[in-house]
Design a protein around this ligand. Structure first.
Ligand SMILES: Cc1cc2nc3c(=O)[nH]c(=O)nc-3n(C[C@H](O)[C@H](O)[C@H](O)COP(=O)(O)OP(=O)(O)OC[C@H]3O[C@@H](n4cnc5c(N)ncnc54)[C@H](O)[C@@H]3O)c2cc1C
Length: 420
């Protein structure tokens, strides 16, 4: 029998967010004899869960096929497939259900607790951690870490104390700046340069800004030089454009857009269900059927009257132009505005409902079967500290649940250290 298996393990988890809690609970449930310490540098555990999803917590996404689910990660798609096969969105739903929390699915696939309150998720995680015997230490940050020659780690804490542990999980969240990845870096890991993901675009075009609040259910947006294209709801704001399609585009283009300092041309197709030919045929029909009516008064469905009025003006068509007077040049300009409107993006704003970091601990230095470091035995990673991020819709929490679950279970198996 392996004598090391009898040793009481001390597992330290740095970071009391979604990933840290999930890992701590998984580890404590799988290794009841181990000492599991969850250290949080601030006074509050699960602070991001609290504010997530506008206070409702978008826990995961109703997509239960791991390969399909993984396609929603601009960074991490291929690496995450096998991890999601071990702990998928279905497992998340079952995990919470087994602890008394029912999730509901909204029309776009996002899943929330039926209570519509992130506090339900916080209470569930906190109770599960207490029940499993996890020791929580708030106001206790890990400031530095040294790998001991005899195995394990010595941690210097913000309280001034030092602490030894056999296994260490870094679940410290997104490295907003490279400096925040210092614990992983001090143990030899490389940090992919962090840049923001999930943001909205600044566009200073007065007529667009005046339409703040107008939602277009189906628009196609593209950034030609980056070969990026998205389709879906777009929201006009006081400062430019927002909405699910913009956020997804920002996620896929996070690194390219950062390199361009968020200054680039954006093409908007406000009518993706119409072709140029179909629009030309429609205008010809209108010239015949309603020649005396004003162009500005007859929007093409499904555009709102307010947006149509501004697009007609942006095409240089005077407000008193009748369909009979819309010549081929005017028609061409209108179709350009409707299907290929070009806007200069001049900056970005973080999306207050959800933002994440693109970048973090390099994926190729981590074994995604265990979430263990490939070269530092006993070191594990979970959550946003990794160079993994998803589009909006519950994918970022699922990364935290999946990688936290795998890390927690791997840490509960002491043999994992010697085999990693
Ligand atoms: C406003 C907002 C809303 C969001 N809404 C959603 C949503 O609805 N659905 C979704 O899927 N995603 C959402 N996200 C993204 C999601 O919250 C994160 O991806 C997720 O919280 C990452 O979990 P984590 O545990 O890896 O990191 P975090 O939640 O960031 O937790 C890391 C913790 O580690 C602590 N810490 C850092 N350094 C140390 C240290 N040295 N020692 C000890 N502790 C340390 C931090 O204080 C923090 O509490 C949202 C993000 C934001 C900002």
């Amino acid at each position: 029998m392996n004598s090391t298996a009898k040793k009481t393990q001390r597992v330290v988890i740095a970071g009391g967010g979604a990933a840290g809690f999930f890992a701590a609970i998984a580890c404590a449930e799988a290794a009841p004899g181990a000492e599991i310490l969850l250290l949080e540098k601030t006074a509050h555990f699960l602070a991001k869960v609290k504010i997530s999803g506008g206070g409702r917590c978008n826990v995961t996404h109703a997509c239960f096929e791991p390969r399909e689910f993984a396609r929603r990660y601009p960074r991490g798609e291929h690496t995450l497939i096998s991890a999601l096969q071990k702990f998928s969105a279905r497992d998340t739903v079952d995990w919470f259900a087994a602890r008394g929390v029912e999730l509901k699915t909204e029309h776009d696939g996002r899943m929330f607790p039926v209570t519509n309150s992130s506090q339900t998720i916080i209470d569930c995680l906190t109770n599960a951690a207490a029940k499993a015997g996890v020791k929580l230490k708030p106001n206790c940050g890990v400031e530095s870490v040294v790998e001991k020659s005899s195995g394990g780690f010595e941690l210097k804490l913000s309280t001034g104390d030092t602490l030894d542990c056999d296994q260490l999980l870094l679940a410290t969240g997104g490295c907003r700046s490279a400096a925040l990845g210092h614990l992983a870096a001090s143990l030899g890991h490389q940090i992919e340069t962090p840049v923001p993901s999930l943001f909205t675009f600044h566009i200073a075009v007065p007529w667009l800004n005046q339409l703040a609040g107008v939602a277009v259910e189906d628009a196609e947006i593209s950034i030609a030089p980056a070969k990026l294209r998205e389709r879906g709801p777009v929201l006009l704001t006081h400062w430019g454009l927002s909405g699910p399609a913009i956020l997804r585009l920002s996620a896929w283009g996070a690194r390219w857009l950062a390199e361009k300092n968020y200054q680039f041309p954006l093409l908007v197709n406000w009518l993706p269900t119409w072709s140029d030919d179909k629009l030309m045929a429609e205008f010809t029909a209108r010239r015949k059927s309603q020649p005396a009516k004003l162009v500005v008064n007859f929007p093409v469905a499904p555009l709102s009257a307010r947006l149509w009025t501004q697009l007609v003006a942006a095409a240089g068509i005077a407000a008193d132009t009748r369909w009979s007077a819309l010549g081929s040049a005017g028609q061409h300009k209108l179709i350009q505005q409707l299907r290929r409107g070009e806007f200069a993006v001049t900056g970005k704003s973080l999306n207050k409902d959800e933002f994440v970091t693109c970048g973090g601990v390099r994926r190729d230095e981590v074994d995604f079967r265990t979430m263990g470091s490939k070269f530092c035995p006993g070191l594990f990673f979970a959550g946003e500290v990794l160079d993994v991020d998803g589009i909006t819709g519950g994918f970022n929490f699922q990364n935290a649940w999946t990688t936290g679950f795998l890390a927690g279970n791997a840490m509960a198996d002491f043999k994992t250290i010697s085999s990693s």
